[in-house]
Ligand binder design. Sequence first.
Ligand SMILES: [Zn+2]
Length: 162
Amino acid sequence: MFIDFSVFFVSRYISEVNQNKVRQRANFLCEYCHASEQWQYVPFTVDHVIPLSKGGANVLENLALACFHCNRRKSDKIKAFDEQSSSEIPLFNPRTESWQEHFIWSTDTLSIIGLTPLGRATVTALKLNRARIIDIRAADREIGRHPPANDPIQRHESQPSL
Ligand SMILES: [Zn+2]
């Protein structure tokens, strides 16, 4: 049986022009964990928000800048489990939802707190507060690279109201 693999390669291809548009639109931040690409050793990846395998299109409206770890964690997931509401919730979609609406930095700015079921499920599924990234945020905070300007920060250590 003949399989034309070029179809797969062509459909996944993202031009350099579009990759740059994705980077600029994201302000060079991973659109999930808000790490800045500016200080990374390796360039960030371009993520298909809705994976191609789940019917997502290879267009700017379905692309997001994602650090290697968020992209790998996300894989082809589109939903995740939220313990608090005991239900499957769609993962955060950077194209249709605003980060500020679903996430806030903890008072010490080291952890991302999910404000909504979607935010909480995404924090858990993508491990947005893994130990290594918290160490990096702490080091970056010391030299004024963290948190990103304009990101919301929780004023008190109390739990967010639901
Ligand atoms: Zn990330």
